[in-house]
Design a protein around this ligand. Structure first.
Ligand code: IMP
Ligand code: MG
Length: 181
């Protein structure tokens, strides 16, 4: 879908799908004989998670939580809020947190600390995108799709003010408009 000629493609649908196949194969191998719970971080991870879990050959389970740290700006507020929680306790479970993107690292750090208090058997993390330039908090990402430069990216689940999540590629605006606020 082409929505705006200003949007540049950073990662095509084909590149994303090829990388997802590789990550899924790795997770299938790493969790052989187990039944992890893949925890999708809404809203941004919904498309990545849907594509990833269908390529993982395990009797996995899925759950979701919703966090918000951005409001409608393109800069992290640094304050992470949990807007909806998991549907069940996760004690003694193997958890894989599925994120769209790790930017400052604050959201993933918050989630790891929060889930750790529930005594799971293990926690690993998987992010489609990693923007290391803006790192503020050290977090371990066990499965990374792509390391990308410091663009504000949209598409494939990622939004700008809640729009563009339905693009089937990852794009960015090459000439972002100057901030008015
Ligand atoms: P962090 O807490 O700064 O690591 O940001 C993580 C969250 O901010 C991600 O889960 C995204 O939802 C959102 N985010 C960070 N960078 C971008 C971006 O470039 N485009 C869209 N959303 C982003
Ligand atoms: Mg997110």
């Amino acid at each position: 879908m082409i929505v705006n000629e200003e949007v540049k493609v950073l990662l095509s649908q084909k590149q994303i799908h090829e990388r997802i196949e590789q990550i899924a194969a790795q997770i299938t191998q790493d969790y052989h004989g187990r039944s992890p719970i893949c925890i999708g971080v809404l809203k941004g991870a919904f498309i990545f998670m849907a594509d990833l879990v269908r390529k993982i050959d395990l009797p996995l389970r899925t759950d979701f939580l919703t966090v918000s740290s951005y409001g409608d700006t393109t800069k992290s507020s640094g304050i992470v809020r949990m807007l909806s929680d998991l549907s069940k306790p996760v004690e003694d479970e193997d958890l894989i947190i599925i994120e769209d993107i790790v930017d400052t690292g604050r959201t993933l750090h918050y989630l790891i600390e929060n889930l750790r208090t529930r005594n799971p058997r293990s926690i690993r993390t998987c992010a489609l995108l990693h923007k290391p330039e803006l790192k503020e908090v050290d977090v371990q990402i066990d499965y990374i799709g792509f390391t990308i430069p410091n663009h504000f990216v949209i598409g494939y689940g990622l939004d700008a003010a809640q729009k563009y999540r339905n693009l089937d590629y990852i794009g960015y605006f090459p000439n972002p408009k100057p901030k008015t606020i």
